[in-house]
Design a protein around this ligand. Structure first.
Ligand SMILES: Cc1cc2nc3c(=O)[nH]c(=O)nc-3n(C[C@H](O)[C@H](O)[C@H](O)COP(=O)(O)OP(=O)(O)OC[C@H]3O[C@@H](n4cnc5c(N)ncnc54)[C@H](O)[C@@H]3O)c2cc1C
Length: 546
């Protein structure tokens, strides 16, 4: 697609003049980039094929490419299936992918994913993983499992600033007119209708492949969520804001660009419960979901090889051969494997895997990834609050372009509000993703720090004196946007099934990015590989064809 680059850059670069001054001039807090270094991934673009003689040759049963939730879950499942001979190649210096954690002297904080909804009954392998990690006690298959207290988000969980007043929860239900209230009721009744449908399968389930995918449900994938809302007379501004917020939060994309199936899936699929907790409580920790990836990486031990960039993967007579660069030393490694689990983003698979069918390669290169930026605001004192509900874990400003902030120290028992770290999230929209990515790559952390301060200004007009420093994080390819047609795309189904000895375990296989999907794809891929190498049939309850 051709786009007028200058027009787009002009449109999205609009920040007040103050944002263009340097921090030295303005006494602005110190800023910097943290998190995954984009230049490491970009080496793949320029790496010449097999430029040097291999310094090391090794062999393993299974090579897992990518150490995010998908790849680490695959390793965890292989181990459970009795296959301990595997390696996880992770390009970055630490494993975890988009569920990594960071930290400073005040607190740990998320570098990506920040919460896990209570796992559904269909996510039974995830529940088992949480039991293995000590987070779930008792029967993992129960209706209401018991979760570790420190992970259940303490009340208040969410609040929303609207008309200068904080209200509890993020549904803008305070001060609605009668007709707006009716629209909200109608919306939740429609969502409830999908939730409560009887049948052998739920209309919308997590993992998504457990959903009932008949013609009626597939039809929802032919239109946008925005169209579906309009068709149902759901057009009032507060409801549209709420739905858009949810879509930007989960898909990095407003409702007008999201498949209606995906949008409804967000609202209708999450029905996990916990003993002694409200149903909408989430599992969280100061480091976000990194407690899961760190726990997994610890279990897999030295089999996780960080700083290993897989730059070429080719099929051989006996399996696969991977050319790997050790990013730190520059050494070249060749790894022979009987089978491969590809758990890195699919657009990279299109670059690295040599014998990918045309259909699959075309699909992988056409996935539209939403870029995101985050900012960690380290606060030495608490700024004054607007009236209304007290500070929650997740704090959202109605009408803002960004998604608000979560408080890293929220789960601490002490009621102290500062010092603390606020993690601010922003999904970039408003221009084609490649342009947004270009802007992100060219931008400075100070630009985004000022952007975050400006976005939070309706809630905190005097925030700056309380901020010690602001560290920003770039996610150029944060998450696949589930546009209409994503669900039924034949190539996505090809990735879901894989081919003999080569399976795909990234959240991209589901077409949208949440930790439950990444985990489920990791387990499915590992189960297929374990069955193949062990000469048995795969367990049908954990593998998917869609
Ligand atoms: C800002 C943000 C907030 C989010 N918030 C939430 C949330 O609150 N809850 C939730 O459920 N989900 C959330 N998500 C989505 C969630 O983080 C992802 O769905 C999940 O972490 C994806 O896991 P994955 O294993 O599929 O992929 P990834 O996390 O993308 O992992 C893939 C790994 O492959 C590595 N890799 C890439 N190329 C190579 C190569 N050539 N060689 C070796 N390794 C390679 C990468 O470095 C990466 O570590 C969020 C995502 C983002 C970006």
């Amino acid at each position: 697609m051709k786009v007028d680059r200058r027009r787009w850059l002009g449109a999205i670069g609009a920040l007040p003049l103050a944002a263009c001054m340097s921090s030295r001039e303005s006494g602005f807090p110190a800023t910097g980039w943290i998190g995954a270094d984009p230049t490491i991934g970009h080496r793949l673009r320029t790496a010449p094929p097999d430029s040097q003689e291999a310094a090391e040759r090794l062999a393993t049963d299974v090579l897992i490419v990518g150490g995010g939730i998908g790849g680490l879950s695959a390793g965890w499942w292989l181990e459970r299936a009795g296959l301990g001979d595997f390696l996880v190649a992770e390009i970055q210096p630490t494993a975890g992918g988009n569920a990594r954690g960071g930290g400073n002297e005040i607190s740990r904080f998320p570098l990506g994913a920040h919460y896990l909804p209570l796992p559904t009954r269909e996510s039974f392998t995830l529940r088992r993983l949480l039991a293995d990690l000590g987070a779930l006690k008792g029967d993992p298959d129960g209706l209401r499992p018991r979760y570790e207290e420190r992970l259940l988000c303490a009340a208040p969980q969410e609040r929303l600033l609207r008309h200068g007043h904080w209200q509890e929860g993020v549904i803008p239900d305070a001060g609605l007119s009668k007709s707006e209230r009716e629209e909200f009721s109608h919306f939740f009744a429609l969502v409830g209708g999908y939730r409560n449908r009887s049948g052998t399968r739920k209309a919308f389930a997590l993992p998504m492949a457990c959903s009932r995918l008949d013609d009626e449900m597939r039809h929802l994938d032919t239109k946008t969520f925005g169209d579906w809302l309009r068709e149902n007379g759901l057009t009032c501004a507060p409801l549209r804001w709420y739905v858009d917020y949810a879509c930007r939060d989960d898909f990095g994309t407003p409702a007008d660009a999201v498949s209606a199936w995906a949008g409804l899936h967000y609202f209708a699929s999450r029905d996990g419960m916990a003993e002694g907790a409200a149903n909408d409580v989430v599992l969280t920790a100061p480091e976000g979901n990194a407690w899961i990836t760190e726990g997994l990486a610890q279990r897999l031990g030295p089999r996780v090889r960080c700083g290993w960039m897989v730059r070429r993967l080719t099929r051989t007579r006996s399996g696969f051969e991977a050319s790997i660069d050790d990013v730190g030393s520059g050494r070249s490694i060749v790894c022979a494997a009987k089978a491969v689990i590809w758990a890195a983003p699919l657009f990279i698979a299109a670059r690295v895997i040599e014998q990918l069918p045309d259909l699959a390669r075309a699909h992988a290169t056409q996935i539209d990834y939403a870029p995101w930026v985050m900012a960690q605001l380290t606060l030495e004192s608490a700024p004054p609050e607007r009236p209304g509900a007290e500070r929650a874990w997740d704090n959202v400003v109605y009408g803002a372009r960004s998604l608000g902030y979560v408080v890293a120290t929220h789960q601490r028992l002490s009621a102290a509000q500062a010092p603390t770290v606020w993690t601010w999230y922003h999904a970039l929209t408003g221009a084609p993703s490649p342009i947004l990515r270009q802007q992100l790559l060219a931008s400075t952390p100070e630009y985004w720090a000022r952007f975050a301060i400006e976005e939070l200004a309706p809630a905190y007009p005097e925030l700056l004196p309380h901020v010690q420093r602001i560290d920003c994080i770039r996610h150029g390819h944060a998450m696949a946007r589930p546009r209409p047609g994503f669900l039924t795309a034949p190539a996505r189904h090809w990735f879901a099934q894989g081919v003999a000895g080569l399976q795909f375990a990234h959240a991209d296989v589901s077409g949208f990015s949440v930790c439950e999907e990444a985990h489920a794809r990791g387990v499915a891929a590992a189960e297929r590989i374990a069955a193949r190498l062990r000469g048995r049939m795969p367990d049908p309850s954990v593998i998917y064809s869609v």
